[in-house]
Design a protein around this ligand. Structure first.
Ligand code: MRU
Length: 374
């Protein structure tokens, strides 16, 4: 997608200065929206740390970063023990998004049967294939989601046809969370480019503020009209007819269609259900965990640092250091924080799953109908 008219992806290969060697280039998402900085990751340890610290984040992107992380490990040491250690190191960085394990398993399956000397090159090819597939899946999700938006917009009463089509989203499921296009934001970009008069309510998404800092930034770069709201405003807007559809991404979707996404998503789904607002979830196949059924009982929920709750980062708006990035404390000394990073929305609250293959009912039958075709 575009930054100041220039097309970017979130991850790319760079020469590392050694013959045939590669580093990974990424955008440092911890500094957005106030600073646009790229980083070069040169080792498996650096790739793992970038996932853990959320320099890169979003389920599909951490999968691709993990895949390239295995390439970095194999460039340094292509032996079986090194492969096993790198797999474990990368897989342990973040527990909830299933894309990470899926991408690591895919690269490991490709390289393990090969002689060690061929492994780094094969890992590079597999990681690149995963990245390209992610872009294609994001674009296809965008096309399927666009059709839904067009149908919902056309179904509004004649007196509302001139108003913007109002979409609410939570967290960041845009191109920054993937390689390009995004999942939940892909239909929004497609709709905007197709000329649909669309406006996006952007949940700030405490505690890391992926909405206020990343979604708002992305939409702004693409010229999509949007407004940042506090996480608690969505229910009120839905009660007052100001939301035509909710669309979010997912970090893991069970085979029966339960959806695990950023903390707070479940509350939006409840409010949408209560107000008859369609609640869609956009996802690529790599986010489906066919091994589990009950998301609430079975998906591991990442507990992140309490400091993400008690502290907040931003740009100083005034004072002698105005413009500089700073971290400030929100809560009193001694008050503990608790920070579950994801929650699960049961399938019964999901209107439909927008995938690269089309739209499925949030049920095992719905998903199997799309994915048993091979
Ligand atoms: O903790 P994060 O920022 O990695 O969480 C990201 C999300 O929850 C996204 O909505 C999710 O990965 C789905 S999207 C592409």
């Amino acid at each position: 997608m575009n930054i100041d008219g220039k097309a970017w992806r979130t991850i790319w290969l760079e020469p590392d200065g050694r013959p045939g060697g590669h580093a990974i280039g990424v955008i440092d998402q911890t500094l957005l929206p106030h600073q646009f900085t790229t980083r070069s990751l040169r080792s498996c340890e650096e790739a793992a740390e970038s996932i853990r610290s959320m320099v890169v984040r979003g389920a599909p992107l951490i999968g691709v970063t993990g895949a390239y992380g295995l390439m970095l490990a194999l460039q340094a040491d292509p032996s079986d023990p090194a492969l096993a250690a790198a797999f474990e190191q990368l897989n342990a960085t973040r527990p909830t998004a299933v894309n990470l394990r899926w991408a690591l398993e895919r690269v490991r399956a490709r390289v393990q049967p090969l002689p060690p000397a061929e492994r780094a090159e094969a890992a590079k090819a597999e990681a690149a294939a995963i990245a390209e597939e992610d872009v294609a899946m994001g674009e296809a999700i965008g096309d399927h989601g666009l059709q839904i938006f067009q149908q919902l917009a056309a179904a509004r009463p004649p007196g509302r046809q001139h108003e913007p089509f109002q979409v609410l989203t939570h967290c960041n499921a845009g191109w920054l969370a993937t390689v390009d296009w995004g999942t939940a934001l892909a239909p929004i970009y497609k709709a905007h480019r197709a000329g649909l008069n669309i406006h996006v309510w952007v949940d700030e998404t405490r505690p890391r503020n992926q909405g206020a800092s990343l979604t708002a930034w992305e939409l702004g770069r693409e010229g999509v009209p949007h407004t940042v709201i506090v996480d608690n405003a969505g229910g009120h807007l839905m009660q007052h007819g100001q939301v035509d559809a909710v669309i979010v991404g997912t970090d893991r979707t069970t085979r029966r269609g339960d959806v695990c996404n950023k903390i707070g998503t479940y509350l939006k789904a409840l409010a949408a259900h209560d107000n008859n607002v369609p609640f869609y979830v956009a996802l690529p196949a790599s986010t489906i965990d066919w091994t589990i059924d009950d998301g609430v009982a079975e998906i591991p929920i990442e507990a992140r640092s309490a400091e993400e709750v008690t502290l907040i980062q931003g740009r100083l708006a005034s004072g002698p250091a105005a413009g500089e990035l700073a971290t400030v404390q929100l809560s009193p000394d001694g008050s503990p924080g608790f920070n579950p990073a994801f929650d699960v929305t049961p399938a019964r609250l999901v209107t439909g799953l927008i995938t690269e293959r089309g739209v499925a009912a949030a049920s095992e039958a719905g998903l199997r109908e799309l994915y048993s075709r091979g």
